[in-house]
Design a protein around this ligand. Structure first.
Ligand SMILES: Cc1cc2nc3c(=O)[nH]c(=O)nc-3n(C[C@H](O)[C@H](O)[C@H](O)COP(=O)(O)OP(=O)(O)OC[C@H]3O[C@@H](n4cnc5c(N)ncnc54)[C@H](O)[C@@H]3O)c2cc1C
Length: 585
């Protein structure tokens, strides 16, 4: 998934695209820098505390300060972009009635910019929890503030300001993993080519990275890391907060795809304390969709990234704690409260757990697929990948709707898309509108009765893909550097076995009436009627208090709208479950 700046902008759609140009940012300046009236400032007083700063005093320090929002009451606050290497440049000055914050401050994450007082300054400091209370309590003002926060994040992404610096020779293959992690999570960052930039070259000279140390990463607080994992990156940016092992959450949501984000938003908005754990990036599979055309209310379509980006901000507005990357490694349900063990061994506790961990892309049975993942082999087609294969030929395997969408999307960038399927056509697996579009696209060639048999390449990435036509037995070799795999997905349920959550033959989680189906069928065969009502809530699993929604649930409709619907519906079932618990549980 790639979350582009314009996708973050509320109400921006394909009819009214937000150009990534600075000129366009300029035209939105009044929305990203609203000036509050004296009456509005008065209403804000109850949410914050007044602080005074003398001329030149540092108010915000990138990578450190977690103040929330600062509203200038008198004087001027200068906001500077800062890159962790000590380079700083003025971004904007906030006078009386203007405020300093962007999306990260909703969740109490560290500032991405530096700020200092110009002259004597008085500011109203509104801490994150009060900022969230304010945007909910003051509906119209809240809308203007949230819009400004989002636009400012957009601005930072556009200007490559704030966030980490990734230092490596341009195009170095190691950059893709981190870049994809940051872009997927809508986090600003910038690249420094160590072959060109003097500061980057000096850093390389000092740290002497070995082959496995690329890229060097300079965190906003100035810390330098060698080829950090996503988890290290998340910690350096505050996306992966220190989680309190003693706290008992009302709900822990595992997976921040469409279904998990829906639960997070609805549960958060209804006053439940919610922790959302996400393995990689918010948006799940949907975020890989270049354009979702069947989601209600978006007649011109919306990219999965745009939908997910908005839901993510919405969840934060309702006080949901989102931890990324935080893969759940075990669910422990031998005790109550329920506990989830994270990959780093930490345990978090909850009164209820929602499993919204979706599905994982299937890999073909080729021994070296993993070697090329991210270096030519992709499971989605976003703008990052599309740019990588500009004007070259690509191979795409799969015949489902997601394969069709990706083929059409890539055909606008690649010289040619070879679409490879085992069957004799697309009719049984793809929507008619997509089949028609593929037929109408001259640079998509469909290879039926064909499968890939081998991948070849080197450390830099994929170089060649071999196919076999199963009808003729003929082998083909194509010199292509980009292979897109859309061959289905398996449920992310392997981590659940400790708890005994009941799953079906394919590993999808059974819920509600399905959990008892075996028993019911047996009774039915003996002439007994099945129970009138399921013995548990419709989305509850075989383990009380553990719910499953979205693609990971057996029998679910594998669509964004269905996932979102289940994410919303499960919240009333959680309420009922919590209400039935003994007091003080
Ligand atoms: C390329 C593509 C295009 C698509 N296009 C459309 C479309 O046009 N219209 C449509 O309706 N549907 C479309 N779909 C299907 C749709 O995206 C899915 O049905 C939907 O995303 C399911 O949502 P979910 O939240 O249930 O699961 P997912 O989207 O799979 O999200 C699950 C999340 O859980 C996380 N996770 C997994 N395991 C763990 C763990 N142990 N700990 C923490 N987190 C974990 C994952 O990282 C992921 O973010 C498309 C799918 C793909 C792949």
């Amino acid at each position: 998934m790639q979350l582009t700046p314009q996708e973050f902008v509320p109400e921006a759609n394909r009819d009214e695209p937000v150009s990534p140009s600075l000129q366009n940012l300029e035209s939105r300046r009044h929305q990203s820098n609203p000036v509050l009236t004296p009456q509005e400032l008065k209403r804000l007083q109850r949410f914050g505390t007044v602080r005074a700063y003398a001329n030149g005093v540092r108010i915000l320090e990138a990578g450190h300060t977690t103040y929330g929002m600062l509203v200038t009451l008198s004087g001027i606050v200068a906001i500077n972009r800062y890159d962790g290497l000590g380079n700083s440049a003025l971004l904007v000055e906030h006078g009386p009635g203007e405020f300093t914050a962007e999306v990260a401050q909703l969740a109490g994450r560290p500032s991405l910019v530096n700020a200092h007082a110009v002259g004597a300054v008085e500011v109203l400091v509104i801490p994150p929890e009060n900022l969230r209370a304010l945007v909910i309590a003051e509906a119209e003002l809240g809308e203007r503030i949230v819009r400004a926060l989002i636009l400012r994040r957009v601005g930072l992404i556009e200007l490559n300001s704030g966030g980490p610096l990734l230092v490596a020779p341009a195009g170095h293959p190691s950059l893709h993993t981190l870049q994809s992690f940051l872009t997927s999570n809508g986090h600003p960052h910038s690249l420094l080519d160590s072959n060109v930039d003097q500061q980057a070259a000096a850093l390389v000279e000092y740290y002497q990275p070995k082959a496995e140390d690329w890229p060097l990463v300079v965190c906003p607080d100035g810390t330098v890391k060698k080829n950090p994992s996503n988890a290290e990156m998340g910690r350096c940016l505050g996306m992966l907060p220190e989680l309190d092992e003693e706290k008992v959450w009302d709900v822990i949501v595992v997976g921040a795809g469409p279904s998990g984000l829906a639960t997070a938003v609805y549960a958060g908005s209804e006053g439940l304390s919610v922790l959302a754990l996400e393995h990689h990036a918010f948006g799940g599979q949907a975020a890989a969709s270049a354009r979702i055309e069947n989601y209600l209310g978006f007649p011109t379509g919306i990219s999965g990234g745009a939908l997910a980006g908005r839901a993510f901000v919405q969840a934060q507005k309702f006080g949901v704690e989102v931890a990324i990357p935080a893969p759940a490694a075990r669910l422990l349900c031998d005790q109550y409260p329920l506990r989830i063990e994270l990959a780093d061994g930490k345990r978090v506790q909850a009164r209820s757990v929602v499993l919204s961990c979706g599905a994982r892309y299937r890999r073909p049975a080729l021994h070296n697929v993993a070697q090329f993942e991210g270096k030519g082999v992709f499971f989605w087609a976003s703008r990052i990948e599309a740019n990588l294969c500009k004007s070259s030929e690509v191979v795409l395997v799969g015949g489902g709707n997601s394969a069709g969408q990706a083929a059409v999307f890539l055909s606008a960038h690649a010289a040619k898309v070879h679409m490879v399927i085992r069957g004799d056509g697309l009719k049984a697996t793809m929507s008619t509108y997509l089949i028609d579009r593929i037929k109408a696209t001259p640079n998509i060639e469909l290879h039926t009765h064909t499968e890939i048999t081998a991948l070849e390449g080197d450390e830099e990435g994929l170089r060649q893909v071999s196919f076999r036509c199963n009808d003729t037995g003929q082998e083909f070799h194509h010199e292509v550097c980009h292979l897109f795999l859309f061959i289905g997905a398996d449920p992310n349920t392997a981590w659940l076995h400790d708890c005994g959550v009941e799953v079906d033959e394919q590993g999808f989680i059974r819920t509600g009436f399905d959990v008892n189906k075996g028993e019911c069928r047996a009774k039915l065969e003996q002439g007994a009627r099945p129970p009138e009502k399921p013995q548990r809530a419709a989305l509850e699993t075989s383990v009380p208090g553990v719910f499953a929604i979205g693609d990971v649930r057996a029998g679910s409709t594998k669509r964004v709208a269905a996932a979102v619907g289940e994410g919303a519906a499960v919240v009333s079932q959680i309420h009922a479950f919590l209400a039935a618990l003994p007091i003080n549980t």
